[in-house]
Design a protein around this ligand. Structure first.
Ligand SMILES: O=C(O)CCC(=O)C(=O)O
Ligand SMILES: [Fe+2]
Length: 379
């Protein structure tokens, strides 16, 4: 535990200064983007963006079809195929309460409209650089060079409830805490629903897969340096940037927890998924959520489901606000392929098992170095 906490200190994350905010929120087209934000080399080295003219879209999975007895089998097969081939999809008819979504969107947007001083009242501080308000994490050479992302964000642990650091939950707008609490419950339920269909597709028991995400055995509670499953949130604001090709909203990464559910609070495009060496811009469908496989689910499924690389670029004209819910998982305190997938000689483990503490620590160390920890687990 202590080692993981020590590794968490390696995270490179910057506070949002007055100077940074002046640049991020400037509406003056003639303002020169300072070197600290300029990432042209990284953007160019990362590969081309798929053109608007190419009929190439992120797949869509429909929860209503998954739940319909007549359509469930074929939609479950589609869900499985998409998780194997893409690791990313848009989810329609997801069943998350519309009013809960509306309040979450409004509260997030209102929070980012506050003066910087109010937002910095919940800035990350001390040794926990994960929770609180600030820039996103920087990784690898960009972090070493002191580069900044074109974004402001709040990270918080949302589940279990007793793992929350309430002092870092925005007190303003007054609706925020309740909105996030309700949204957290709804997305927990949604994740559970989705996992049932993933279990059916994988041919494992619901108990095994859903249990990997939600069992409470062990009794301890989630902390960023701990080993127990929980949910955390990243609420992001990407202001418009007049020269978007020079900067990055979030640099390329995979999500190290298990499953991510992303809500567009302001549905400006900006998310790009790596596909065949190029970047595919996601065009958010009205009312849909974007779901992606994280590294732990990748390992649990022995690499059958794919945790795909993604990044965010800001828009030239419009701001973008998103709420990403990350659900963590482990099996008896381990990040490991599900035993059911390996039973009866069905296959060999393609990833080595690792204790959850060590996994968390490994991810922080790799994040700091700009490496992908998952790769080091391949057998
Ligand atoms: O804001 C987005 O579209 C993506 C956010 C993301 O990738 C993350 O928080 O890990
Ligand atoms: Fe992500």
């Amino acid at each position: 535990m202590e080692e993981a906490a020590a590794a968490a200190k390696l995270i490179s994350r910057d506070r949002i200064t007055d100077a940074a905010a002046t640049i991020l929120f400037s509406t003056d087209d003639s303002v020169k983007i300072p070197e600290r934000f300029v990432r042209t080399d990284e953007v160019e080295a990362a590969g081309e963006v798929v053109g608007e003219d190419e009929a190439f879209e992120l797949p869509v999975v429909d929860m209503a079809k998954l739940l319909d007895p007549e359509l469930s089998a074929s939609e479950t097969a589609k869900l499985g195929a998409v998780c194997r081939d893409w690791g990313f999809f848009q989810l329609t008819s997801h069943g998350v309460d519309e009013e809960v979504i509306r309040r979450m969107k409004e509260s997030a947007a209102e929070f980012f409209r506050l003066p910087l001083e109010s937002k910095n009242a919940i800035a990350f501080g001390g040794e926990d650089k994960f929770q609180g308000f600030g820039h996103h994490f920087s990784t690898g050479p960009a972090a070493a060079a002191g580069k900044l992302d074109w974004a402001e964000c709040v990270f918080l642990v949302t589940q279990p409830v007793h793992g929350r650091k309430m002092e870092l939950w925005p007190p303003n707008p007054p609706s925020f805490r309740d909105a996030l609490d309700k949204y957290s419950t709804e997305t927990t339920d949604l994740t559970r629903r989705l996992l049932r269909f993933m279990a059916a597709d994988l041919g494992v028991s619901e108990e095994a897969l859903v249990g990997a995400f939600f069992s409470t055995s062990g009794g301890a509670f989630f902390s960023i340096s701990g080993d127990v499953k929980g949910q955390s949130v990243g609420i992001h604001h990407y202001p418009p940037c007049r020269q978007p090709e020079k900067v990055l909203g979030i640099s390329p990464h995979t999500d190290w927890p298990g499953l991510t559910v992303l809500l567009h609070a302001v549905d400006t495009p900006g998310l790009q998924v790596r596909r065949g060496g190029r970047w595919l811009p996601v065009r958010p469908l009205p009312g849909a959520l974007v779901v992606n496989v994280g590294d732990i689910l990748h390992v649990l499924t022995n690499g059958e489901y794919m945790s795909a690389e993604h990044r965010v670029v800001p828009d030239a004209e419009r701001c973008r606000i998103t709420v990403a819910m990350f659900q963590d998982a482990s099996v008896d305190g381990m990040v490991a392929p599900l035993p059911e997938l390996l039973e009866g000689g069905q296959g060999r483990a393609r990833y080595r098992s690792i204790g959850k503490h060590e996994y968390t620590k490994g991810n922080f160390v790799a994040l700091a170095e700009g490496a992908r920890f998952l790769d080091s687990l391949k057998k």
